[in-house]
Design a protein around this ligand. Structure first.
Ligand code: S3P
Length: 170
């Protein structure tokens, strides 16, 4: 299997779905946020100390390192912020994990403290709504394929569906 990149907004389940599908398909799985943490520590702390621009640069370097990976790669929600990443992803087998804003809002406001805020001058719901709408065309432009998990189904069932979808496109 060649590299398959999963992109999508925070809370769309890229890591859980990617890991589940990789287990079913018996292919390697990697989560780029985990690679970042292994190298530089907690993302929240890194961003608080060094800022988002520095994080984006390191994230882009990590992404490039996985071009030749043979398996499934979960990316961070902001991977599409840099144009060079969008251009790179558009040339790869990239899948947009597409969920409605209302589902993401529900998930992200429940576990708010887990992730670093993107814009601290706004309330959380406004931050999520505005960034989702701004990013949506960027995800769509960067991915050849899209997969919509069913929020009513379990993680396992959605991972099985994703594995089936990947089988069809690879
Ligand atoms: C980010 C999403 C996070 C992580 C970082 C930045 C973003 O990944 O890469 O906090 O800009 O939305 P998840 O999508 O896995 O939460």
């Amino acid at each position: 299997m060649s590299a398959i990149f999963l992109i999508g907004f925070r809370g769309s389940g890229k890591s859980a779905l990617g890991k589940g599908a990789a287990e079913i398909l018996e292919v390697p799985f990697v989560d780029l946020d985990e690679i970042f943490r292994g190298k530089f520590g907690e993302i929240k702390d890194f961003v608080a100390e060094k800022g988002w621009d520095e994080f984006r640069q390191k994230e882009a370097e990590i992404l490039q390192n996985f071009a030749g990976f043979s398996g499934i790669i979960a990316t961070g929600g902001g991977i599409i912020e840099l144009e060079k990443n969008r251009e790179f992803l558009a040339k790869q087998k990239t899948i947009f994990i597409d969920l409605p804003l209302e589902v993401l809002l529900h998930r992200l406001t429940k576990k708010a403290e887990k992730r670093p805020r993107l814009e601290t001058d706004k309330d959380l719901e406004t931050e999520i709504r505005e960034n989702f709408l701004r990013r949506l065309p960027l995800y769509q432009k960067s991915a050849k394929f899209s997969f919509s998990p069913d929020p009513e189904l379990s993680k396992t069932a959605n991972a099985e569906n994703l594995a089936g979808f990947l089988n069809k496109i690879t």
